[in-house]
Design a protein. Structure first.
Length: 229
């Protein structure tokens, strides 16, 4: 049984490996198809890069799925911007759903609902049991994650996305990974940590806070293999 953890950009991938190394997990480098990956604890977790944006992330996630056996769960893991003002940098959000907020945007001729992908309900229930435990430097929250290839950097867009998706954070790649997992019949979960406020200073905040945000995601993700047994 393997948990496939896919991170978007190289900096998140490196921060994740650094975090698991610091937490004492054993790793080996390996290839999965045409992609390089890192295997932890005898294959309980396989960490791989997904690429930037929904399309690239979906393609690489599907490639990983096609070249691995025994995947129990696909996890999209990385940073995010907050839509809910009560969240702070380092808080971790487990996605109860991933909503593709930019789908069909601006096409008035066709009325279609936003694609929504539910997180693995049984695992979410188990993860609620670890809230307040461990050494997270932030809180553990549960809610919707908005997914779209858009750099959100204004209060106006924050309000629009929050209202249209009922999400509490926004990120890019999750819907791509969710589509690949759904096509392959594998449960999916998106786990993100706040790196920025999705406002005017989002760019600077994002780069500065990748290490702490990804470290907290890694602390949560490493609990998953035991919870799935």
């Amino acid at each position: 049984m393997t948990v496939l953890v896919v991170t978007p950009i190289e900096q998140e991938y490196e921060a994740f490996t650094n975090a698991l190394d610091a937490l004492g997990h054993r790793r080996t480098s390996r290839s999965v198809g045409r992609l390089n990956a890192t295997e932890y604890d005898g294959g309980e977790i396989i960490l791989a890069p997904g690429g930037l944006g929904k399309a690239q992330f979906g393609v690489q996630t599907q490639h990983l799925i096609d070249h691995l056996e025994g995947i129990r769960l696909v996890v999209c893991a990385g940073t995010c911007g907050r839509l809910d003002g009560s969240l702070s940098v380092g808080d971790v959000v487990v996605g109860t759903k991933t909503v593709e907020h930019d789908f069909n945007r601006g096409m008035a001729l066709i009325e279609l609902p936003l694609p929504t992908f539910e997180g693995d309900a049984q695992l979410i229930s188990k993860l609620k049991g670890i809230a307040g435990k461990g050494n997270l430097s932030g809180s553990l929250r549960f809610g919707g994650i908005a997914s779209g290839d858009e750099g959100v950097a204004s209060e106006k867009r924050i309000r629009e996305i929050a209202e249209s998706t009922d999400a509490i954070v926004v990120a890019w790649e999750g819907a791509g990974g969710a589509r690949a997992a759904q096509l392959s019949g594998i449960p999916f979960l998106e786990i993100r940590s706040i790196s920025d406020g999705a406002g005017e200073n989002a760019f600077e905040e994002f780069w500065a806070n990748i290490p702490i945000a990804v470290r907290n995601v890694a602390i949560v993700v490493r609990e998953i293999p035991a919870l799935l047994q």
